[in-house]
Design a protein around this ligand. Structure first.
Ligand code: OOG
Ligand code: NI
Length: 448
């Protein structure tokens, strides 16, 4: 790397900070949510000095409440592939494929995120990115109209396109260009209260699916939520109404546990906002909200299969308290201590040598179990960095306000998504496995 280039990690951090500032201005209730998250995080740390020490040792305290993810939705292959190139400037790659059509949402998605240990530690900010599937609009005339509207817009500024190209040619951006890049990139995600369509077109698209109107009728692909990290999601959910925030009914994902797994999320319901149609008439549009998340251990395919089975068994509820109790009961079948999770290969782990292990390094033939027992190896779960399709569908649905409607029973179309994206998505399981394997190799151990 040229010495005067800003690192992609640093550009990602500048970008996430700029997005946060813009979104708090655009959606004041999101600012209120972040204040609540900060207050609950502080209280949780006061009540739990051990947690505070652990986070402090990991240098996590200062950026505890900063955003962990955001989400956007785009309409065309060209938009998706240009986003891929934009996110590449910030060290973010497409990881995973999520088919939301099974849940009645006419999109498929990926997450643009950092992948290396170092980059994730620096700033794990990721963007859940959905591509509208126009082929799921059943009215042919409307489908053609939507495609024409999308073809006529450019959601990227000329400056942004130029800086992406410059980055590709030079292999980096200096601090000045990086700052300009962040400002130009931000324009793609800004809210526009003026639609590009008349009220009739908006209504017709909205009647097909509210998401279609959200993607098609605006000049850009406005950021639709940002998501800080909370240390106590149950408490933030319970306190939202006291700050005038209307939460979605259920916390998505696994129940509260001793050893957190995967991802728990909840949001406030999307706000109804004033818009102006291009025929001069006023209206409203509902798309933007705020979310919070709490992450736990990444699961192996075996652990994930168990999670999926138990989640399906638990079903959904209409009341969060009951739902969480029921989930906890069903998830008794999911081991809840690190040792069992490791022994049964349900979760991925990161290994490191202890002081003792550095003094007496592993020799060929010594097993991981033995090294752990002798306190020469230490181990901790690898954090889940991705998303969950059932949870994502729950977040989408609570913010679309319409009844779940299966559009195509599980017609995933990963190949089409990848052809729009322009590359294959990375396999998240392979990434976690490599992380575990590399950590063992750094310790001088061949395999778990
Ligand atoms: C994305 C919803 C999914 C999550 O955290 O699972 C999501 C959207 O509403 O566009 O962000
Ligand atoms: Ni989200």
């Amino acid at each position: 790397m040229m010495p005067n280039f800003l690192s992609s990690d640093a550009i990602r951090t500048l970008f996430s900070q700029a997005m946060s500032a813009m979104y708090q201005q655009e959606v004041p209730q999101y600012g209120t949510l972040t204040q609540l998250v900060t207050a609950v995080n502080e209280r949780t740390l006061e009540a739990n000095p051990a947690l505070k020490n652990r986070l402090s040792a990991a240098d996590e305290l200062s950026r505890l409440s900063v955003e962990r993810h955001g989400a956007i939705r785009v309409g065309t292959a060209e938009e998706l592939s240009t986003l891929r190139q934009m996110f590449a400037v910030m060290g973010m790659e497409a990881v995973g494929y999520y088919d939301l059509s099974q849940a009645g949402v006419p999109v498929h998605s990926t997450a643009f995120r950092p992948v290396s240990d170092r980059a994730l530690r620096h700033n794990p900010f990721r963007v859940f990115t959905s591509l509208l599937r126009l082929e799921l609009i059943d009215d042919a005339a409307l489908r053609a109209k939507a495609a024409a509207i999308l073809a006529a817009r450019d959601i990227f500024t000329p400056g942004c396109r130029a800086l992406i190209a410059q980055h590709q040619q030079q292999g980096g951006l200096n601090a000045n260009d990086a700052a300009r890049f962040v400002q130009e990139a931000l324009e793609t995600f800004r809210w526009h209260a003026h639609t590009t369509v008349d009220s009739g077109t908006y209504r017709a698209l909205s009647e097909q699916h509210r998401l279609i109107a959200d993607v098609v009728c605006f000049r850009g692909c406005h950021i639709n939520h940002l998501t800080p990290r909370t240390l106590d999601i149950d408490r933030v959910q319970a306190l939202m109404p006291s700050r005038g925030i209307d939460p979605k009914t259920l916390i998505e994902g696994p129940p509260q546990r001793q050893v957190p797994i995967l991802l728990r999320q909840t949001s406030f319901k999307a706000l109804e906002e004033a818009v102006h149609f291009n025929d001069g008439t006023p209206g409203t549009h509902t798309a933007r909200f705020g979310e919070i998340e709490q992450r736990g251990a990444a699961l192996t395919p075996k652990g994930r299969a168990l999670y999926d089975r138990l989640l399906a068994e638990a079903g959904t509820g209409s009341d969060n308290q009951h739902h969480q109790q029921h989930l906890s009961a069903v998830f008794r079948d999911f081991p809840d201590d690190e040792e069992t999770l490791r022994e049964q290969q349900l979760a991925w782990f990161r290994y490191r040598l202890t002081e003792k292990g550095t003094d007496v390094p592993p020799r060929a033939g010594e097993s991981v179990a033995q090294l752990l027992a002798e306190d020469r190896l230490a181990v901790e779960p690898i954090v889940y960095e991705d998303f969950l399709p059932v949870s994502a569908a729950g977040i989408f649905q609570s913010n679309l306000g319409d009844v779940a409607q299966a559009r195509s029973a599980g017609n995933a179309s990963k190949a089409e998504f990848e052809s729009a994206l322009g590359v294959a998505v990375l396999d998240e399981m392979a990434l976690y496995q490599q992380m575990q394997q590399r950590s063992l190799e750094r310790c001088g151990v061949a395999s778990a």
